[in-house]
Design a protein around this ligand. Sequence first.
Ligand SMILES: Cc1cc2nc3c(=O)[nH]c(=O)nc-3n(C[C@H](O)[C@H](O)[C@H](O)COP(=O)(O)O)c2cc1C
Length: 200
Amino acid sequence: MDLTTAITERRSVKHFDPSHRMTEAEVATLYEQALLSPTSYNIQHWRFLRITDENQRQAVRAAAWDQAQVSEASELVLICGDTNAWQKSPERYWQDAPEDVQAMLVPMLQDFYNGREWIQRDEAIRSGAMAAQTLMLSAKAMGYDSCPMIGFDQEQMAKIVNLPEDHIFVMMVAIGKAAKPANGRGGQLPLSEVVLQNSF
Ligand SMILES: Cc1cc2nc3c(=O)[nH]c(=O)nc-3n(C[C@H](O)[C@H](O)[C@H](O)COP(=O)(O)O)c2cc1C
């Protein structure tokens, strides 16, 4: 499937075939491709928490107000962001770069984040959201459908998955074989409203 078709045909599907199993190779491809998403300073704040255990799925579904996608999906992932990723051995984010590039970027990224909690949080969300879209397009290209989800009780979910203090939820993504097509589109805003030029 070409990229334009994947973008055009990706929709939020609410019912998946619960008997379908993705192969290990398909699942690996999803995450390998997600890892290629861009992140500020290549920090890769994302942590992909796969919910594979049946009991854990049920608990997550209860926290997600019983939405069926949660247990019907072949792959269910809570995309989390590490808000402190910027200070956890940041030299590893540039380990393959030439030494002069490392010497410039590593202190620069620390200055950018240090003491700026809103940026630490914003960047974790931005990175995770980039990865979410890559995951969904990758799934579509493989013949699967997906549903991004933030409809869950964050406090309850944090307890269920033992979310570390310095991590946040970006969104959950359910992926699988569609059992029912998506509902009709809600309606896109006109380009004339959302595309602006040069200033507001
Ligand atoms: C961050 C985010 C959270 C969402 N949460 C849910 C959700 O909890 N349950 C659900 O059924 N759909 C959820 N959606 C799907 C949206 O309703 C859907 O993307 C939107 O209506 C546009 O439809 P489309 O994705 O089919 O183009 C979410 C989408 C996003 C991006």
